[in-house]
Design a protein around this ligand. Sequence first.
Ligand code: AMP
Length: 116
Amino acid sequence: MSDTLFHKIIRREIPADIVYEDEHLIAFRDIAPQAPVHVLFVPKADFATLDDVPEEQALVVGRLATAAAAYARRQGFAGDGYRVVMNCNRDAGQTVFQVHLHLLAGAPLGRFGTAG
Ligand code: AMP
């Protein structure tokens, strides 16, 4: 297994506010939230970026999305809405090189995707 910050959280070597875990993935609150709800969904399988996930491993990514949706339903904000984001490499601002999905919710969210 690689040695990113998120791998250390998976191995319980550093603390995190874990809100969900199963055999495939872990979810914990972002330390610098960009919305009232900001949870990161991280697979236990080792892939640095979305670009490193081969098609035959598509379920690794699919599970992040369905786990985020299930969390939103359990927490009661699925109907109000939420956003999921995956940053890949430099131009998207990826800072932790273990693939992950951001779940953002809890207030109307601004538009996204602008350059600069
Ligand atoms: P990204 O920029 O897409 O690579 O996202 C990495 C995210 O990890 C950022 O939103 C950070 O705020 C978050 N982060 C960094 N360190 C921690 C930590 N120790 N616990 C929880 N989230 C973290």
